[in-house]
Design a protein around this ligand. Structure first.
Ligand code: ATP
Length: 340
């Protein structure tokens, strides 16, 4: 049988991991009886889309992202509705798509997934005609993505730092949502439209989302106080968010969101400006993905977050013991204690 050709596209600025080590592992462990490969590096934001398109036109069999969800998005949008397969060696800060699909976080494990070359045709979505593969949305998550985009540091801690710092000050907006001709109004902290279940780092914003059901899971998070935030954070990470009474959720193929003011939206964690009207649609079976058929779970980050939760609970108890009642004082105390 003729060898398949794989193009690896590396985003050198994604995550915090060294990419040289991954190149070495590819040369040692990619099954070279089955595959020829070449490596390309992005030189600027958006370059991965052009590189992937170029290689699709040249007739490659697969393109593999070495990066995070931004790189995944840039490459996968050039592969939708083609016969070219898409793979991931997760190397970003959040790796939402790879985690949802249980692609191992260690490069050697993800190379073994590529060697097996098991393909499944998966759904993707579009927000205002921009493709997304994991999640998109409006509200606080979009706002944080715009803060993170301007941050020079990447990685999990930068996300957490931005989320905590901004979450304590963020003012929820009012949204009109139209699904299949019916309109409802919500005041919301965020509205997430999910093809995959998580934002990344095992933060499950739509714990039951599937990339092969032809539907997106919409999660509306209503405003909450800072005292309720730790519970929401824990439920986000232990996949029980839907038990929270501040969460409304439903499934659909298309949604129209109207908001009072223009502002930022996000697609797979990357921010974009948009007007007051936003359309999100789910497109069934558009991406041939190299999937992991021998799945293992990844709970390390969940443990880190439980520790952070314990810290926040003890902080809130000590603050309450000193009779600080007002929420904004409490918020300021949390920010001071976390040195934000
Ligand atoms: N050579 C480059 N120089 C500067 N920016 C780049 C370059 N290549 C890609 N980018 C941009 O880097 C951004 C971040 O990449 P990516 O999302 O893959 O990593 P991450 O943010 O660390 O991970 P995650 O999205 O999983 O949290 C992308 O939006 C992409 O457009």
């Amino acid at each position: 049988m003729a060898k398949r050709s794989i193009v690896f596209i590396i985003n050198p600025i994604s995550g915090t991991q060294s990419k040289d080590n991954i190149i070495e592992l590819i040369s040692q462990h990619l099954d070279q009886d089955k595959f020829n490969y070449q490596i390309a590096r992005t030189e600027y934001a958006g370059h991965a889309t052009l590189l992937a398109q170029e290689h699709v036109e040249k007739g490659c069999d697969a393109v593999v992202a070495i990066g995070g969800d931004g790189t995944v998005n840039e490459i996968a949008r050039s592969l939708v509705h083609t016969s070219v397969a898409f793979g991931v060696i997760p190397c970003g800060s959040g790796n939402g798509l790879a985690r949802h699909l249980r692609i191992p976080m260690d490069p050697l494990g993800s190379i073994k997934v590529l060697n097996r070359f098991d393909i499944e045709c998966l759904d993707y979505g579009k927000i205002n005609d921009v493709p997304f593969f994991c999640t998109c949305g409006v509200g606080f998550d979009a706002f944080v993505s715009s803060k993170f985009a301007h941050s020079e540091k990447r990685g999990v801690l930068t996300y957490l730092e931005n989320t905590l710092r901004e979450g304590l000050k963020y003012k929820p907006d009012t949204y009109e949502i139209e699904i299949e001709g019916e309109t409802s109004k919500y005041k919301a902290f965020l509205i997430a439209c999910a093809n995959a279940s998580q934002y990344g780092n095992n933060a499950y914003i739509a714990p039951h989302a599937s990339m092969s059901d032809g539907l997106m899971d919409v999660t509306i998070m209503e405003p909450f106080t800072v005292l309720e935030a730790p519970q929401i954070a824990v439920q986000l990470f232990n996949r029980t968010l839907l038990q929270n009474n501040k969460i409304k959720t439903f499934r659909c193929k298309n949604i129209h969101i109207h908001r009072e003011h223009p502002g930022v939206i996000h697609f797979d964690g990357d921010p974009m400006s948009a007007g007051t009207d936003i359309d999100v649609q789910l497109i069934q079976k558009g991406l041939n993905m190299i999937v992991n058929t021998q799945q293992a779970s990844d709970t390390a980050f969940g443990r880190v977050v439980s520790e952070l939760y314990d810290e926040l609970i003890s902080l809130s108890i000590s603050v309450r013991n000193r009779n600080i009642r007002r929420i904004d004082s409490f918020n300021k105390e949390v920010m001071r204690r976390l040195k934000l």
